[in-house]
Design a protein around this ligand. Structure first.
Ligand code: ADP
Ligand code: MG
Length: 693
């Protein structure tokens, strides 16, 4: 249960006066629906009204604040003209300009002879000073009502900065004095404010430097968030680790057979990670390990060899892929090898129905199937194993955390290996998985062909099509990847369809189209035609992104490459690396191309090292986007920014381990405060595992 001290800020945003239902809806889109969400809405700038020069020194285009006397009202002669009021200080006159306002209100607000303090942007017009719609007007005796420094927030239509400032100020007044969860020593050492002070400082910046992500207040809050993240992961992790698993050590007979029939030698990186995984499998604790390996690094054979340990023990294993195409591809590879060594495999996807499915499930629960390969269809309730000992989740970033766990729950103390082809920088591994064990295949099998990557503007598309025509005269095949359209999948689809239609005029029946909205069966049929060479050119949205293997395809054209994540581009390009000959990748961009986008495309052009690309992406764009916005599962931070707070993450990770080492169940007084921290950042799911027994 959430500690009661947090109730006020976890109340609905409508509790703040002046926020009605409709307005709450706008805020919801901007930051969230609880009061605490307003607190996490960080300013993007300040307006400084602390100018104290006289009017004759006021600068064009700058905010000016000062005391003026009202001289005269210049009522408009026609309706179209603005209403103007002349005011002055001791040095100069200034014209206040009001559009679409009528005299009445203004004559009350600005009686001739009155003294007012005003603030707004100065413009020079026809050699005279003017100010259109002053931002603030207060009576001279109420000078203190003028906010001299105004915090600027990111806004959305229907919300003004003034309103938001007021509401965030109110939200802050709801924050109770929270107990300190950080170590006192650590706080003084870093010279950080306490949480309440930090929050106030963040929302009342006095200088631009207060807005820096590395200001003490901001670092304090970022650290709080990262500590909550690391602590919650470490709690869950600690529980899993404590659960006894079982020791899986095969006798090696099947593995030996398999190694004899594969036509290559394992790379030393493959050998190393197999050892790491087997070490976990044979320990009596449950395994939860992440296996990273770039596209084409040979993860499948690693998975299979380690699975054979379980099979040799007479137990079952499962491998789950994110799409049917990928599951089928795994199945083809694995079944072919397994048939030769007498290991029984099966494929379970949404396409397996009726009698076939029933029989398969019977075999599975009777233990007649050693290795089952499938999609999320494996999660279905009626899928029951005789004894699942080891589950592998491939290309995992497409699955949610919950799904990942639910597969392992189908087994009794099941060991879990998560495989990903997306190179994830160490910092992101930490935020997503905590201090999870991880193995990395950092070497590609010998003889892989390089890919030449060129970057060019979309305006040269005709040249590209000409070159493609020539290329396809030979035995080569090619992918044409259509642009991501940010707004909607529907538009993605229409972009792909349009491109397909126009290319069809040139390539006729040699061209096929696949997209995410197609039925699996249709999609598979097109893919099949591409695989067997009937189709030469495959137009596609990003559905082919992961894993598809067509060695004859060595050309790839990516339209609007600037809209893709770097990791995604790298993955896509990986498709043409498995080929019989060196690949060619063309990245086409649209205008305008920002400097960052240009730099990103150049990164892809200049290197094929997935980890380097991922690190670069992290630097250029920050953590949340590494895997592309559509690929969820990666925690988004509200206050921490991994491109600047990476050092804090490492510290938080170490501290979380230390905290739990000393106080495993967070029961000490500080432990109680840390629980409050977990609730504050909504990382409290971990606490529930304490109660789960
Ligand atoms: P990924 O890591 O992208 O899943 P795969 O497991 O699909 O890579 O392997 C890609 C290709 O490389 C497959 O055709 C596989 O047979 C081959 N392969 C795997 N390991 C080696 C190796 N050590 N030497 C040569 N080829 C290998
Ligand atoms: Mg793979």
């Amino acid at each position: 249960m959430r500690p009661s001290i947090l109730y006020p800020i976890f109340a609905p945003i409508e509790n703040i006066s002046g926020i009605g239902k409709r307005y709450a809806g706008l805020l919801y889109g901007l930051c969230g629906n609880k009061i605490v969400d307003l607190l996490w809405h960080l300013p993007s700038g300040i307006i400084d009204r602390r100018c104290n020069v006289l009017l004759n020194q006021a600068a064009n285009g700058k905010i000016w604040t000062g005391k003026v006397r009202v001289v005269e009202h210049l009522a408009p002669k026609t309706k179209k003209q603005p209403y103007r009021i002349a005011v002055e200080d001791d040095t100069e006159q200034l014209i206040l300009v009001f559009f679409k306002t009528y005299g009445d209100g203004l004559s009350k607000q600005f009686p001739v002879g009155a003294e007012k303090i005003i603030s707004g942007k100065i413009e020079i017009f026809n050699h005279s000073l003017q100010m259109t719609h002053p931002d603030y007007v207060v009576d001279a005796e109420n000078a203190e009502n003028m906010p001299l420094i105004e915090t600027v927030y990111p806004l959305t239509a229907g919300i003004t900065n003034k309103m938001l400032n007021k509401q965030i100020k109110q939200a802050i007044s709801y924050v109770p004095q929270l107990p300190e969860w950080l170590d006192e020593h650590f706080l003084t050492q870093h010279n950080w404010p306490n949480f309440n002070q930090a929050l106030r400082q963040i929302h009342n910046p006095q200088n631009l430097s207060d807005l820096e992500p590395n200001s003490p207040a901001r670092r304090r809050l970022a650290y709080d968030e990262l500590l909550a993240n690391q602590l919650s992961l470490a709690i869950v992790r600690g529980r899993l680790k404590k659960q006894k698993g079982r020791s899986l050590t095969g006798n090696g007979t099947l593995k030996e057979k398999l190694l004899k029939i594969i036509p290559f030698k394992l790379t030393s990186a493959q050998q190393r990670v197999i050892n790491e995984i087997e070490c976990d499998l044979s320990s009596e604790y449950r395994m939860l390990r992440l296996l990273q390996g770039d596209v084409g690094s040979g993860k499948t054979i690693v998975a299979l060899l380690t699975m054979l340990n379980a099979v040799e023990c007479g137990l079952q294993t499962a491998i789950m892929a994110p799409t049917e195409i990928l599951a089928e591809q795994h199945y083809e590879t694995i079944a072919e090898l397994c048939n030769k060594i007498g290991v029984k495999t099966a494929l379970l996807t949404g396409n397996v129905k009726g009698k076939a499915r029933k029989e398969l499930l019977e075999d599975l629960s009777a233990g007649k199937i050693d290795i089952i390969i499938g999609t999320h269809a494996l999660f279905t309730e009626d899928v029951v194993f005789k004894d699942l000992a080891y589950a592998i989740v491939d290309e995992q970033h497409r699955f949610g955390v919950r799904q990942r766990l639910s597969l392992s729950q189908k087994g009794n103390l099941c060991d879990v290996l998560v495989m990903t082809a997306t190179p994830i920088p160490r910092t992101l591994v930490l935020t997503q998985f905590g201090d999870m064990e991880y193995s990395q295949i950092d070497e590609l099998p010998a003889g892989r062909k390089a890919v030449t990557t060129t970057v060019m503007p979309l305006s040269k598309i005709h040249d590209v099509v000409d070159a493609l025509e020539r290329k396809l005269q030979s035995n080569t095949q090619a992918y044409w990847i259509c642009p991501l359209v940010e707004e909607s999948e529907k538009m993605d689809l229409s972009a792909a369809t349009e491109r397909f239609e126009s290319l069809k005029e040139i390539f006729g029946d040699k061209i096929g189209l696949v997209h995410g909205k197609m039925k699996e069966a249709e999609k598979n049929a097109v893919m099949e035609d591409f695989k067997n060479g009937k189709l030469k050119l495959l137009v596609s949205t990003t559905v082919i992104e992961v894993g598809v293997n067509v060695p004859n395809a060595t050309v790839m054209i990516i339209e609007h490459a600037e809209r893709f994540g770097l990791a995604q581009l790298h993955q896509l390009r990986g498709r043409i690396k498995r080929g019989y000959e060196a690949g060619n990748c063309v990245l086409m961009y649209g205008y305008p191309l920002s400097a960052v986008s240009r730099e990103r495309l150049n990164t892809i052009k200049n290197t094929e090292d997935g980890f380097l690309i991922a690190e670069e992406d992290l630097k250029l764009r920050g953590g949340g986007e590494i895997l592309g916005t559509k690929q969820s599962g990666f925690s988004n931070f509200r206050l921490a920014d991994l491109s600047v707070h990476g050092d804090l993450l490492l510290t938080a990770s170490k501290e979380a381990a230390l905290i739990l080492h000393n106080d495993e169940h967070l029961q000490s007084p500080r432990g109680q405060n840390l629980r409050t921290l977990l609730y504050l950042f909504e990382r409290d799911e971990a606490i529930k595992t304490y109660n789960a027994g």
